[in-house]
Structure formats: C-alpha cells, structure tokens
Design a protein around this ligand. Structure first.
Ligand SMILES: [Mg+2]
Length: 326
C-alpha cells in the first residue's frame, strides 16, 4: 500500500459517516438493541452462534498485521466446528490474493470462507445495459479483465472522464485530489452513474485511516446529485450471499463481527443478525464508543476489545501454553 495515500482523522471520518447515513441502508428502530453487552472476547459468546461472519480490516488485521489474539481465536472457533465467513469491502485485489494474505497472517481460511464485494461489481455493471465504457478509480495494475465491458483506469487526462458512460469506484490507492477534482467537475457537467465496489469511508491501516472509495463517491454525489450505487457492507448483497451459503443456520444463530458502526454493525442489524463490535486496531480504537452509539442511533448487541482479547497467540483458549518448555 502507498504511504502517500490520502488520509482522514477520526473526527472527519465519523462526521462523514453521520452526514452520509441517509444514503446508507436504513435500520428499523426495533432492530437496534436497547443495550450493548460488553464481553471479554468473541469466545465468551461463541456458544450462542453457529455462523460467525468477520469483517477483515480492524477485526482480523490492522494494515498488514494480524490483530493480537485473532489467529488463535479463529483457530479455536474452527476447532469448535463453527461455520465462518469473511466479508470484505477490499475490492483492490482478487479473492485468491486476499485469501493468500490472510493465510500468510496465520488464518486457515479457504475460498469457501471468503466473500468479497468485488464479486458483485460485474452484476451491478450488467444492470446498465446502455453503458459499455467505464472509467475506473483503480490502479493500472487492477485486474480489469474480471469485469465485463471496456474499463479504463482514470488518470491525469480529463478527456477520459468526459468520454466514459459511467464510473466505477473500486480502489482508492494512488487516487489523488487532482483526480477527484476532475471526477467531480466531469460529473457536475454531465451526471452519469457512479458504481462503488468499496463503500467504506476509511480503513484502519495500523497508524492511520486511509480514505476509501466510498468517501470519494459521496463527495462526487454531493456535486453531481447522482446517488451512488454500492455493493459491499453495509449493503445487502454480501449478507444475502453469506446466508445463501449457509441455509441450514437459523438467522438468530448468526453473528456479524466488525469494527465500524456504519458498515458492519449497520449491515448486520439491517440483515436481522446479531452484531459484535471490536475496537483494538480498528476504526474506533481509543475513541468514546458509547458517544458514537449515541450520535449514530445505532449500537451492537455485543462489544469487546478484540475477538481474541486476553488470548495469547502462543496459548490455547484455556490459557494453557500451547507449547511449554518449562
Ligand atoms: Mg473494518
């Protein structure tokens, strides 16, 4: 990832999530729990669930590194026979590449576990039968051949912005203020569809919050009046796919685990499943979480510091050393 990519601070990010909440899926009031149960870690409530759905950034990893205890917690759940899914808005690379990164961090996931927002981009494009030339917010090395139609990465040439029939906002790595300005001017002059493959406002990158495609989509929407069409959390496609893959699991035995109120928790609540919010290494790390709940009108069923808080990656879940040379 580029260390030069555009960044937000927490206050800017939470303001953006609150400002753009009307464009997000709406959660019925009775789907929001009255209170949040603060628990030690995910294993403390695992007996209540058969299928556990993980967000990746801020839950399993922060930037390139696994969050402490996460590998052990996931391995313990797998040992208990729990069904697991990983849903990611990281549309920057193929499912195989995302899976390889998780495996390198120590997570034993297979392709059956992973659901990426990227797989829903092509169906969204196909709904626009009148458009066959798209301009993309994505690095030139993005695998455009997985998409239908003619897709070109948007660069420094304003003429391309004006020539395309619609825009795909997929991956904001390398995206600049100058490119965003051209996108906004072109859309203001000639409104066209904005399709978003990663609706996140920001992503925790270890020691900073990167600006993600969703934020740029909202800015473009503000100047053009075009409502972005989105796939990925908190939108319904990924949650429906999770439930479709596990038709034998009762909905009240499904838990969504995430680090962001307006993507993971909102999406889980809108889908009628239980939610666990974690914060170590995630979007809300070090923040006043109850204040965010109060301002957003949303809250999860459970909150923990991390899925594996208090569990050493060198120990089993009982606290006994997995390998003891004493
Ligand atoms: Mg996240």
């Amino acid at each position: 990832m580029s260390i030069n990519r555009l960044r937000l601070n927490f206050a800017q990010a939470i303001e953006a999530y609150l400002q753009y909440a009307p464009r997000l899926p709406q959660v019925p009031n009775d789907a929001v729990p009255q209170t949040t149960d603060y628990v030690d870690n995910l294993l403390a409530i695992a007996d209540q669930f058969d299928l556990i759905v993980f967000d990746a950034f801020g839950v399993l990893n922060s930037g390139p590194n696994a969050i402490p205890g996460a590998v052990k917690a996931v391995g313990t759940l797998q040992g208990m026979g729990k069904k697991l899914a990983v849903v990611t808005n990281d549309a920057s690379s193929s499912a195989e590449a995302i899976l390889a990164r998780h495996r390198n961090r120590g997570f034993d996931f297979t392709k059956h576990n992973l659901i990426s927002s990227q797989q829903f981009i092509a169906p969204m494009m196909n709904a626009h039968v009148d458009i066959n030339h798209w301009g993309a917010m994505a690095p030139t090395h993005w695998p455009f051949d997985v998409l239908p139609d003619h897709v070109e990465p948007l660069g420094a040439d304003r003429a391309l912005y004006d020539a395309v029939g619609g825009f795909l906002l997929i991956d904001s790595e390398n995206w600049t203020d100058a490119q965003q300005a051209m996108l906004e001017k072109s859309l203001a002059d000639n409104p066209r569809p904005i399709l978003v493959g990663n609706p996140d406002i920001c992503a925790p990158m270890g020691d900073f919050l990167s600006v993600e495609s969703g934020y740029f989509a909202h800015l473009a929407a503000d100047v053009s009046g075009v409502t972005p069409q989105c796939v990925g959390k908190p939108y319904h496609h990924v949650f429906e796919e999770v439930l479709r893959r596990h038709p034998d699991v009762e909905r009240d035995r499904v838990l969504m685990v995430g680090d962001t109120v307006h993507t993971d928790v909102l999406g889980g609540l809108a889908s009628g499943i239980k939610t666990l919010l974690v914060h170590q290494g995630g979007f809300l790390d070090g923040q006043d979480i109850e204040d965010v709940f109060a301002r957003s009108g949303l809250r999860p069923h459970f909150c923990a510091r991390a899925i594996g808080h208090g569990i050493s990656d060198d120990q089993d879940a009982s606290g006994e050393p997995a390998c003891c040379d004493a």
